[in-house]
Design a binder for this molecule. Structure first.
Ligand code: SF4
Ligand code: SF4
Length: 323
């Protein structure tokens, strides 16, 4: 599979990457060997970019999948691993980096990011975490640093931050999940912000091309839209080998324009019998897709839910399930 240079970095990635979130405990919760097999299969099929996060608790799968692979810089075909951390302080980011290296069994990682940066003052509040990333890049322990975000404002801002190498924005043709300020943003606004990043030499890989599964019914249109924006890679959460096969064939231009895979939609369900109406999931959802209903319990607005699964682990009574 061809590889794209990630902006001004020395990192080359395949046009499709594997989002490792899907196999972890917020979504499919696969047993170790089964999840590792998905990661290994993607790599053997030619995919070289793997994105995870401290929050996803999926390092074990990656470590198991690549236990026999030379992960050093000497291996140009090594998997490129990207991780990220939600925390704000220098100390918490440092702990997250060291935890990542330890759990993956490596002494250097290609990409580390501030996770899910929201509109100001969220970025300013992360000054400590960002300084930590800068310092660890200087030490050679991280290859490139950046942010993941659903926000037009932050994507745009990153184009002007010289230390930022990588931007991981949310984009899909329908605009599902795009945020701007306190409200929704449009695809056109995010397109312009992404272009600004690309013009500034940032490496850009995109998330939610399928709007969390809601756009899988327009498979080719969804992928073509993001690819045509010039993003260096499209990160897709995949939990099945058939999904990987399809995306590899897409990256190699082997799919007909009317291709449509068999899809089964998964959804978040909130057990109203267990929910205690504590608001924790409402505050956690990055897409404002959970609300408290007339009975004082949590409910999901399926029109805007992106099936990211971020809400499930925060529920103290395990009332949130994805199936
Ligand atoms: S309701 Fe849960 S799965 Fe849906 S967008 Fe919000 S956090 Fe993600
Ligand atoms: S976190 Fe759990 S208990 Fe609290 S409101 Fe959400 S679903 Fe209900």
């Amino acid at each position: 599979m061809e590889k794209n240079r990630l902006g001004n970095t020395d990192i080359f990635v395949t046009p499709i990457g594997l989002g490792v979130l899907t196999i972890g405990n917020t979504q499919l919760d696969l047993p170790l060997e089964e999840g590792a097999e998905i990661v290994r299969y993607a790599y053997e099929k030619g995919i070289n970019l793997f994105d995870t996060a401290q929050y996803y608790q999926t390092y074990k799968y990656i470590r198991e999948a690549f236990k026999d692979v030379d992960m050093s810089l000497d291996n140009p075909d090594r998997p490129v691993i990207a991780s990220k951390c939600l925390d704000y302080s220098y100390e918490a980011m440092e702990r997250a980096i060291l935890e990542c290296l330890d759990e993956l069994g490596i002494d250097r990682i290609d990409i580390f990011k501030c996770h899910e940066v929201r509109q100001e003052p969220d970025w300013s509040n992360r000054a400590g975490a960002w300084q930590c990333l800068i310092d660890y890049k200087k030490k050679g322990i991280i290859g490139a640093i950046g942010v993941s975000t659903h926000h037009v404002d932050i994507t745009e801002m990153m184009a002007d931050i010289p230390e930022c190498d990588i931007v991981f924005p949310l984009i899909n043709y329908a605009g599902l999940g795009i945020r701007k300020g306190d409200g929704p943003g449009t695809p056109e606004e995010m397109e312009a912000a992404i272009k600004k990043c690309l013009d500034a030499g940032k490496g850009v890989f995109a998330m939610k091309a399928f709007g969390g599964g809601n756009l899988t019914g327009t498979y080719m249109k969804s992928l073509n839209y993001v690819r045509d924006l010039g993003c260096h890679s499209i990160m897709v959460g995949m939990g099945k080998k058939e999904e990987i096969d399809d995306l590899v064939r897409y990256a190699e231009d082997e799919l007909p324009e009317d291709y449509q895979p068999e899809t089964r939609f998964k959804k978040i369900h909130i057990d109203q019998g267990d929910c205690e109406g504590c608001y924790t999931c409402v505050e956690r959802c990055p897409n404002k897709a959970i609300y408290i209903n007339e009975n004082g319990l949590a409910d999901v607005n399926y029109d805007i839910c992106l099936t990211c699964g971020y809400c499930a682990p925060v529920c103290p009574v395990r009332a949130i399930i994805m199936w």
